[in-house]
Design a protein around this ligand. Structure first.
Ligand SMILES: N[C@@H](CCC(=O)N[C@@H](CS)C(=O)NCC(=O)O)C(=O)O
Length: 107
């Protein structure tokens, strides 16, 4: 876990393995949140890279997430700066067939 100059506790960049999916994806998460795990598993199954900002024990980052999203639950997810919402909304995008379109757009 790296302490970064921005004060962020941890940012993970998952390796991009699907060259077709160039979207910039950001998730605020906590480590043991099942909704976070499900959301990340879906993105990983598609081979999309994402930045993960862990808010565990970091009230400033949680506050940042709440101000940006207007919500207090994790995960909160953005694709190319567009707020998706949480895990339920990500899954709904997938069910509707729109998630791949969002992910195929470049930032
Ligand atoms: N419907 C939401 C549920 C998310 C949720 O309930 N997350 C829990 C953690 S697993 C949470 O943030 N609880 C409130 C809190 O931790 O402050 C989603 O799909 O993302």
């Amino acid at each position: 876990m790296a302490a970064l100059p921005s004060g962020r506790l941890r940012i993970c960049r998952w390796p991009k393995s699907n060259g077709d999916l160039l979207a910039q994806v950001v998730l605020y998460t906590t480590r043991f949140c099942p909704f976070c795990i499900r959301a990340k598993a879906l993105l990983q199954s598609k081979g999309v890279a994402f930045d993960e900002i862990a808010v565990d024990g970091n009230p400033a980052l949680r506050q940042e997430m709440m101000e940006k999203s207007g919500r207090h639950t994790v995960p909160q997810i953005w694709i190319n700066g567009r707020h998706v919402g949480g895990c339920d909304e990500l899954m709904a995008l997938e069910r509707s067939g729109q998630l791949d379109d969002w992910l195929a757009e470049t930032a």
